[in-house]
Design a protein around this ligand. Structure first.
Ligand code: NAP
Length: 305
C-alpha cells in the first residue's frame, strides 16, 4: 500500500516551496515533487531585488535558501514528472513515470516555461549561441556581442545582467516602447553598452558552427537587416506548464489553472499556486503568497473532510 500523504505539491518553485513550509508547519505530511530542478525560474534569474527582506540576492541563492527552508519542517522531496492525476475513493492518485503517489490533496505549482520564437536557426543553434538563460550562459559571451529578444521584465532585467559581462547588448523589440517596469527601463536606457532595435522582429538566426547574426525585419518598412551577434537570448514570455493536466477541466483558454480566492480549483482538494495560476501579477513574492494560501486551504480541506 502506498503512503497516503496529506499534501502532494507538484513543482518546487517559490510557490511550491512556500506551500511546503506552511503545510509541513501545520503538521501535515507533505511530499514535494519536481521534474527538473528546485527554484524554478529563480534559478535562471540573475538578481532579485523585489523579494521582501532581500535588497539584492541572486536567483540561485534565493532558490537554495527556500529549498533548505522548505524541508525544515519535514517535507519530503523527490524528483518526478507527474503526468496524470486521478480521483479514486476520495484520494488523489498521481502518476509519475511508472510510480504512483497518493494524497488527500494536491497543490499544482508547476510554473511557466520560456516561449520559443519558432524561427529558422533557433533549434539548430540551441546551446551554440541561442539561450533562454542569461545566468546559465552569459559567461560564454564575455566581451562579445549579444542580442536580447523581447521588451518585458525578463528581457530588460537579463539584458542588464548581460551588460555587465559582454561588450554590447542589443535589445530587439517589436514595439517602440518597452513593457518592462520603469525602474528597469531607466537603468537600461542609462547603460552605455545597451542599444535598441525598435519595432523589429527576428526572422532568422544565422551562423556557421555557432551563431554569428540575427536577421530582423522592421515592422514599418519590412526591410530585413542582419544584426551581428555571437549570442541570442530569447525572452518573449512564458507558457504555463499544464500540458499534463488538460483532461482535468481546470484550465483557461491559455492553459492557466483557474481557481477561487482560496486557490481551490473546481476539483475538490486540488489547489493551485504561483505563475501557473490564472492571475495578473507574476512575481516571486506573489508566488510565495499563493503557496501560503493554497497550503492553508489544503489544511482546512483535510480538517473538514
Ligand atoms: P512578458 O511580460 O510576457 O513579456 C514578453 C515580451 O516579449 C514583451 O515585450 C512582448 O512584446 C515580447 N514578445 C512576445 N512575443 C513575441 C514574439 N513572438 N516576437 C517578439 N517579441 C515578442 O514576459 P516576461 O518578461 O518573461 O515576464 C513574465 C512575467 O514575469 C511577467 O508577469 C513579468 O512581470 C514577471 N517578471 C517580473 C520580474 C521582476 O519583477 N523583476 C522579472 C521577470 C519577470 P509586447 O510588449 O509587444 O507584448
Amino acid at each position: 500500500m502506498e503512503k497516503i500523504y496529506d499534501v502532494i505539491i507538484i513543482g518546487a518553485g517559490p510557490a511550491g516551496m512556500t506551500a511546503a513550509i506552511y503545510a509541513s508547519r501545520a503538521n501535515l505530511s507533505v511530499l514535494m515533487l519536481e521534474k527538473k530542478f528546485y527554484g524554478g525560474q529563480m534559478q535562471s534569474t540573475g538578481e532579485i531585488e523585489n523579494y521582501t527582506g532581500y535588497e539584492e540576492i541572486s536567483g540561485p541563492e534565493l532558490s537554495e535558501k527556500m529549498f533548505q527552508h522548505s524541508k525544515k519542517f519535514g517535507t519530503e522531496f523527490a524528483f518526478g514528472h507527474i503526468t496524470d492525476i486521478k480521483e479514486i475513493d476520495g484520494l488523489k492518485v498521481l502518476t509519475a513515470n511508472s510510480k504512483e503517489y497518493v494524497a488527500k490533496t494536491v497543490i499544482i505549482a508547476t510554473g511557466t516555461e520560456a516561449k520559443s520564437l519558432g524561427i529558422p536557426g533557433e533549434d539548430k543553434f540551441s546551446s551554440k549561441g541561442v539561450s533562454y538563460c542569461a545566468v546559465c550562459d552569459g559567461a560564454f559571451f564575455r566581451n562579445r556581442k549579444v542580442v536580447v529578444i523581447g521588451g518585458g521584465d525578463s528581457a530588460v532585467e537579463e539584458a542588464l545582467y548581460l551588460s555587465n559581462l559582454v561588450e554590447k547588448v542589443i535589445i530587439v523589440h517589436r514595439r517602440d516602447e518597452l513593457r518592462a517596469q520603469k525602474i528597469l527601463q531607466d537603468r537600461a536606457f542609462a547603460k552605455e553598452n545597451i542599444e535598441f532595435v525598435w519595432e523589429s522582429v527576428p526572422v532568422e538566426i544565422k551562423g556557421d558552427m555557432k551563431v554569428n547574426a540575427v536577421s530582423v525585419r522592421n515592422l514599418n518598412t519590412n526591410e530585413i537587416t542582419d544584426v551581428e551577434a555571437d549570442g541570442v537570448f530569447i525572452y518573449i514570455g512564458m507558457n504555463p506548464q499544464t500540458s499534463d493536466f488538460q483532461n482535468l477541466g481546470i484550465l483557461d483558454e491559455n492553459g492557466y489553472v483557474i481557481a477561487d480566492e482560496h486557490l481551490e480549483t473546481k476539483l475538490p482538494g486540488v489547489f493551485v499556486a504561483g505563475d501557473v495560476r490564472q492571475k495578473e501579477i507574476r512575481q516571486v513574492v506573489t508566488a510565495a503568497s499563493d503557496g501560503a494560501i493554497a497550503a492553508q486551504s489544503a489544511y482546512k480541506y483535510i480538517e473538514l473532510s
